[in-house]
Design a protein around this ligand. Sequence first.
Ligand code: LMR
Length: 329
Amino acid sequence: SRRTVLRAAGLAAALGAGRAFAQRPVLIQFSHVVAEDTAKGQAALRFKELAQARSGGRVRVEVHPDSTLYKDREELEALRLGAVQMLAPSLSKLSALGVPEFEAFDLPYLFRDHAAFRAVTSGRIGAGLLRRLEPLGVEGLAYWDNGFKVFTANRALRSPDDVRGLKVRVQASRTLVEQMRLLGAEVSVSPLADVHEALRSGRLDGQENVPSNIDTQRLHEAQSHLAVTRHGYLAYAVIVNQAFWRGLDASLRALLLSALQDATAHANRIAEQLNAQALARIAASGRVQVVEPGPAEQARWRRAMLPLHAKAQAWIDPALIDAMQRAGA
Ligand code: LMR
């Protein structure tokens, strides 16, 4: 009868909807603020590829690079609200979430090399800092490497005195603000997405970043000089929205962690090389004069910025600074 047919159709629709619901993949929106052709950009894509393949379609990852979805501050807000599930902000920016201790990573001349940074993040200090995100509704899952920062400006940077009076951009970190103040700069905190235009229009005179960001954001095209100071370190924490993460099956979480572990290894493997290649490309572009400070000048840059280690004890636990100095040296 007609009624039976209708009932059957209704049942089929209900079953169909149920199946569609059960099969709908878990969506992970991963937002970040740099180009795909950087260590973070590549590692995010590797995570997507591995998570999707290993889960056999149970997970879908959408990566939104280069501030296409959110800029610096907005992405942190979006993660906490659950509008996105995953980010990899710089450690400098985690301070704004409410854990100023991450700013210890911003202290100048803290890490001798990449291995020293990894020793800190893969050990007790690294794990302890990630745990401090938990009460804030955020889970820290991994650290991703990038590398040493250099200075760029619209004037020659032969010594730290040349930074005096320049309008300089830093990331949102009190430690980075104070570092530039020590050099006598006028400091401006702004999202990476706005830096190129601010340099081009003259609202900013200079900035610090890793070569791969300078190259891919074309910051050097709005600058005349670059000094290879390697004074500070840029790296990331991969973080997820806690309610989302804890709501997943344990088996799915384990699978995602294994994908993340491999993506982390990828980031750490390529970071140093991508920066070396970017620096070579920047120098070859002829848009900016690249200067490698000699030992005497390098000592002057160090002398100018090192007082920050003592000063920062006013806002970062001195015991943590001490432990990081010992582990990083
Ligand atoms: C910056 O804002 O300069 C960096 O944190 C960008 C990034 O994510 O590498």
